[in-house]
Design a binder for this molecule. Structure first.
Ligand code: GUN
Length: 167
């Protein structure tokens, strides 16, 4: 099978632009189960999305979710993830198919962790993952990182934050 283009993947999966950067579509929400009550209101027990980074939109900019998120790599080029934990510790993880070289098929990010992602160069021009979010995703639980505020919080990571924030 020849590798499909990013445009073909976006069309086939019905993806739209995400505010973080990249493209996404919700593929599941737990409609048939009781919602879960959080401190911030009712949420689906779980939601899931496809998420795609491409050569034309290669960065998922720094943001923070309250929920835990499990990421699953599917297709294409590797994606590097930068996680800043609440104590300021920086973690870099590469998701990709090359498991014998330390690339990961799964990555769990705990709620309260700042996260950014960036497509690494490869032969496809895109990388496709899925995310399972619990309690289910709600925009009220997500904070997009602002460059100056994030640098104030984590001055030791200012170069990275400069590169992976939009505003
Ligand atoms: N990030 C993780 N899950 C979701 C979702 O369901 N919707 C949006 N917009 N972003 C997400």
């Amino acid at each position: 099978m020849t590798t499909p283009s990013a445009e073909a993947v976006i069309r086939a999966l019905g993806l739209e632009q995400h505010v973080e950067g990249g493209f996404y579509r919700r593929t599941f929400q737990a409609d048939d189960r009781d919602p879960i009550m959080t401190r911030y209101g009712e949420r689906f027990l779980m939601t899931s999305i496809h998420y795609l980074l491409t050569d034309t939109s290669p960065v998922g900019h720094f943001h923070l979710n309250r929920s835990d998120i499990v990421h699953y790599f599917h297709l294409g080029d590797p994606i590097e993830y930068f996680l800043i934990h609440p104590d300021g510790k920086l973690e870099r993880v590469v998701m990709g198919p090359n498991v014998t070289r330390g690339q990961r098929l799964q990555l769990t990010v705990q709620g309260g962790t700042w996260k950014a992602s960036r497509l690494l160069s490869g032969t496809s021009g895109y990388g496709l993952i899925s995310e399972a979010v619990s309690p289910g995703f709600d925009f009220a639980d997500m904070t997009l990182g602002k460059r100056t505020g994030l640098i104030e919080l984590f001055p030791q990571h200012s170069v990275l934050i400069e590169a992976l924030t939009r505003h």
